[in-house]
Design a protein around this ligand. Sequence first.
Ligand code: FAD
Ligand code: UDP
Length: 393
Amino acid sequence: MGYTASMHASFLVVGAGLAGLTAAEQIAARLGKDCLVIDRRDHIGGNCHDMQDEHGVLVHPYGPHYFRTDSERVVNYLSRFTDWHPVRYRVQSCTKGRYWSFPVNLRTFEQLMGRECTEEEFRAWLDRERAPEDGPPANSEELMLRTAGKTLYRLFFAPYTLKQWGVPATELAPSVCGRIPIRTNRDDSYLKESFQALPQDGYAAMFRRMSSSPLIRILTSTSFEEVKKRITWDHLIYTGPLDAYFNYSLGRLPYRSLRFEREHFSADQLEERLPVSGKEGFWQPEMQVNYPDPAVPWTRIVELKHATGQQVEGSTVIREYPDAWTTEKEPYYPIPSGVSEQLAEAYRKLTKREKHVTFIGRLAQYRYLNMDQVVLQALECADALAGGRDNPA
Ligand code: FAD
Ligand code: UDP
């Protein structure tokens, strides 16, 4: 649908990602108001978008999106638009020429020692390896030296983090590496949350159902900058980059970008690969393999078919290359560091002065948020709007 010069919306939603679509769905359903949702990309769903590639394999083109949460409210809400395919997300790390059990657990320690070990042995070893506690950790390196200890930190975290972010772990908030659990038992689940599942029919189908209200109009391939002089609205829900909204008046916030490279393998090629993958019909042993080695240009390879359980011939993998961000590229990650946080906080103060504007989502908040946190934020924004406020208290 195109737009016309006279277009007016009760709510203009900038960004058709998870934040924007949740907000639009709620505004239509709870406030009974019309919403115009725009996105500069040619599809809805933002980074959570999924699609079948030319071989019919379901892929996540913007990096793997493993839905997980401890929030009952978020599960109940999204369950109105999708059934779930439960998944135990499993990852390995490939370094020094071999695959390692990951995240760090007793099996990883046994691989390091080259023999069977007990939890007690691993704990005693970690106690010797770990840096002592001395107040709260100032950065990701300090945190990992205290939790994983120096050998495991140097093997799995320091080089991967440098490659992923382009800065050392000493410059990143503890919460960055702190996302990854360290366990002394044999539990090798990548994530900690109690609910872990993918939408049964994929994210795209879930998003279509979320935006099916006649009160919601969607314009893709349309940027805010392009239409803001031609569309009027009563209230703006903004999910784009925080600094862009304010025309970079306080300076530019740093982002990290990515490049994705897709490769498909036929059933015959997978057959040949069996000695490496160990699993018929797959290219690698698990859904995701991380590559800390500096000589390898990608950070991870994702073979989503492990997680979706899709019955399809052949398989597709996506290699993920970290990339310096420039204005022509997608700002995939806000960079959580002391310096960026100060600037982001200054911008967040400016948002308080904006009347009838709500800033939600990963880019507008400049926070490294998971999907469930973004949904919760949008639900709380709808609570506030329903109570006559622009933003949650
Ligand atoms: P986005 O999905 O970024 O949507 C914002 C939308 O706004 C975009 O589509 C953009 O095109 C549009 N936009 C921006 N500016 C403008 C403008 N000026 N005009 C018009 N449109 C505009 N979370 C998990 O829970 N599990 C995972 O496994 C996971 N993996 C991830 C892997 C990667 C590589 C990345 C980058 C993120 C991952 N996330 C994961 C986080 C997840 O992507 C986010 O939590 C979620 O997508 C945030 O939704 P959003 O709507 O805030 O942002
Ligand atoms: N990390 C690491 N080694 C790994 C996996 C993760 O050093 O094998 C660090 C790295 O800094 C990464 C962060 O932990 O950016 C969070 O990892 P996660 O897999 O959660 O990243 P995301 O999926 O959000 O990109």
